[in-house]
Write a protein that binds this ligand. Structure first.
Ligand code: HAM
Length: 424
């Protein structure tokens, strides 16, 4: 039996990979404009890191981590997300002492979650994420959201829906928590086992339960918005004011709780509003995590960030039928006729490439007609033909595939002449 790819993973083949590269390039370009710098952290971390940050009552930690013991008996975990590693690195490298604050970082790379695979849900997926650590200014919350929206828009997505919420500060959250416990406790027996376990440990997570979504107590559950203290309310109002200044439409959704424990104050998600999109419509999620650096053993440094997966990004582009500028074609295809001319193109091809052009030749000893077909397939802007007679005369024939115009040029000054033709 042949060996197949593991469930929930995918090969990104040429033809498809260009879409990924386009998004990656755009993301890097935007990060440069917004002044976020790249950080690369390991694919695996000590398991303890995720227990302390993502939270031990979350689905990610309870059901989805790829955890293993290494030969030295240490418990390690393939990273399920990027915030924990970024914050660990921030603390470990004492970036809180850097001259320029806040520290603004971005990452792009594979994450791993043992989830049930379905459209838009993979076991290995690639996240692009940003983290701004060291500022509690609501303007940076708006900046982070603006970065995500700008990335989607710059790729041509229009059907987007931004939802925001505030989870408040510690005081607000604990008041809300108490209200939730009193609300659910008398009838917790009617809820699933997960919810029963969450009641004391993390009652807010009950609101995120898929199984009991329709239970009548869900709709009447106390909303965090009603428990925000004055500071939290003022903070949330500022974030909303900045979003309006930036002309970013949003909806406040008091039920948005997010699936990770480290959040407080701002929480947000960007969804696809496109009809063709599958059941999972969340493209991007993020929020503020004041207190996380302390949790990981560092000094106070409030942070905010988001992450989005390239897989869902591409699915949204497809659902909206966005035309991407792919298949650019090569600059020159070298066609040759006869043994000597064929040999000559080996050096010529290298010269073209070193001069900065994308170029190709035949490697299958094809007849001239088939070589022209190959040039066509590679969408070549120019085809340069070298036959035996041309070679003897020290000439080469360059044809523009756009205008059909043919020019005979000296072989010795081929690159200079090609450049003139290319630029004209
Ligand atoms: P998250 O909501 O768990 O947040 O994931 C963020 C995004 O990753 C989702 O909106 C989705 O696009 C993508 N994603 C998650 N799981 C999968 C999957 N199984 N397959 C495909 N895509 C997936 C976080 O990870 C936080 N670290 C975000 C953050 C950064 N908060 C603050 N800073």
């Amino acid at each position: 039996m042949s060996i197949r790819i593991p469930r929930g993973t995918q090969d990104i083949l040429p033809g498809e990979v260009e879409k990924w590269q386009l998004i990656e390039e755009k993301a890097r370009e935007l990060c440069e404009k917004f002044q976020y710098r790249e950080i690369r952290t390991p694919i695996f971390e000590h398991t303890e890191l995720f227990l302390r940050s993502v939270g031990d009552t979350t689905d990610i930690v309870q059901k989805e981590m790829y955890t293993f013991e290494d030969r030295g008996g240490r418990s390690l975990t393939l990273r399920p997300e990027g915030t924990a590693s970024t914050v660990r690195s921030f603390v470990e490298h004492k970036m809180y002492g850097d001259a320029s604050q806040p520290v603004k970082l971005y990452y792009m790379g594979p994450m791993f979650r043992y989830e049930r695979p379905q459209a838009g849900r993979f076991r290995q997926f690639v996240q692009f994420g940003v983290e701004a650590i060291g500022s509690a200014d609501p303007a940076i919350d708006a900046e982070v959201i603006a970065l995500a929206m700008s990335l989607y828009r710059s790729m041509g997505l229009r059907k987007l829906k931004l939802i925001v919420n505030s989870l408040g500060d510690k005081e607000s959250r604990s008041a809300h928590r108490e209200a939730l416990v009193s609300h659910f406790k008398p009838r917790i027996g009617e809820f699933c086992q997960d919810c029963q376990n969450r009641l004391e440990k993390n009652p807010m997570r009950i609101l995120d339960c898929k199984q009991d979504r329709e239970h009548e107590l869900m709709k009447s559950a106390p909303s965090i918005i009603d428990y925000l203290n004055d500071d939290s309310k003022a903070y949330f109002e500022k974030v909303q004011k900045y979003l309006k200044n930036l002309d970013i439409d949003f909806t406040v959704d008091p039920n948005l709780v997010r699936g990770l424990d480290y959040y407080n104050h701002t929480a947000f998600e960007i969804m696809s509003d496109s009809e063709g999109f599958g059941a999972i419509t969340t493209l991007c999620g993020g929020g503020r995590y004041n207190g996380l650096t302390e949790e990981i053993g560092g000094p106070e440094a409030p942070g905010i960030g988001f992450a989005l997966s390239i897989e869902r990004f591409i699915a949204a582009l497809e659902a909206e039928k966005v035309d991407l500028p792919l298949n650019k074609g090569i600059d020159c295809y070298l066609v040759s006729l006869g043994e000597e001319a064929k040999d000559y193109t080996v050096g010529l091809l290298q010269k073209l490439r070193m001069a900065g052009y994308s170029a190709e030749r035949d490697y299958l000893d094809r007849k001239i007609k088939a070589q022209f077909k190959a040039a066509d397939r590679s969408n070549a802007k120019f085809v340069a033909v070298l036959g035996e007679d041309e070679l003897k005369a020290n000439k080469i024939n360059v044809k523009s595939m756009e205008s059909g115009e043919q020019t005979e040029v000296d072989l010795d000054s081929f690159i200079e002449k090609f450049t003139e033709l290319y630029q004209s």
